[in-house]
Design a protein around this ligand. Sequence first.
Ligand code: ATP
Ligand code: ATP
Ligand code: MG
Ligand code: MG
Ligand code: MG
Ligand code: MG
Ligand code: MG
Length: 295
Amino acid sequence: MANSEFQYVRLHETWDGLAPDNWIVVRIDGKGFSKFTKRYDFAKPNDRRAIDLMNAAAVEVVKQFVDIVVAYGQSDEYSFVFHEDTTLFDRRAFKLATTIATTFSVEYALQWPQFFPGQPLTRPFPTFDGRTVLYPKLRNLRDYLSWRQADCHINNLYNTTFWSMVQLGGMTPTAAELELKKWLNQNQGTVSADKNEILFSRFKINYNNEPEVYRKGSVVFREFDDPPPSTDTNIDPHSATNPPTPTQPHQTQTKPLSKTQAEKERKRRQKARVVVEHVDIIKDGFWDSRPWILA
Ligand code: ATP
Ligand code: ATP
Ligand code: MG
Ligand code: MG
Ligand code: MG
Ligand code: MG
Ligand code: MG
């Protein structure tokens, strides 16, 4: 672009590149979904069609951005985890958050008819906001994901109890809320057990038999059919900054990926199957049995 006397305003833009060596989480969240879910008569507490639509949109986002290593979704939110070494968009925070939020929003709206046939979307159309959060250590990232899954559990237990009291117990929403509040105030710390108890004694619902998709949320990640590229070239799929892992002999210093290697790895990730599972990600089991996800 030719220089002009107006160009100086460019200097009003600030650089928002995120610090290196941090895992980047982009969390998106539906705007005003309490209202939106009413407008489209979502089943309460959990509308399975809406969860499937969220997951379908997330799968497309993960497919499109190979630097996303795992994503976790519940309710009207999804967290997309970018590898700590990603250089996508020069790690610019706004570019990452806005691109993921808009990509997700478009997927959600355009796939809507497949999940809600006969209920066409009308304005205001559903949109999602997005933010970036940095986690310097794997431990922080794991704790972040555990926090979201624990949140899913706490909300779902509350909502399942609340809606059972309303739908099965014939209580008004106000009365149900009041009673749950009373329990909460009386029994700090043992509230989970109390809700389990209400569910079982009054409605013969064993919370642990509720579908995993509601209790655990959804995890999206890649499954590879082909083995990772051989390690004798010491390929680090993301960058040159990782120190050698204990299994690598010291003489093989991690080198930056050549263009062809990087391209090969990108293709491999594009070819991978992107799967959705409803499993525990708080304990180590999930991660230990899929070491490639956070490698
Ligand atoms: P904000 O714009 O601040 O996010 P919000 O109304 O979206 O406002 P949230 O805290 O994000 O507030 O709440 C999301 C709402 O959407 C909750 O009420 C939740 O119960 C509802 N919801 C999300 N997914 C489903 C679903 N699959 N079935 C039923 N309700 C859902
Ligand atoms: P980035 O994702 O970094 O923005 P980009 O490819 O979108 O990459 P821009 O600098 O935003 O890069 O360039 C926008 C491109 O779209 C230009 O090549 C411009 O010529 C083209 N374009 C935009 N609007 C029109 C239009 N109405 N007709 C023809 N070409 C257009
Ligand atoms: Mg432009
Ligand atoms: Mg780090
Ligand atoms: Mg919301
Ligand atoms: Mg939300
Ligand atoms: Mg552009």
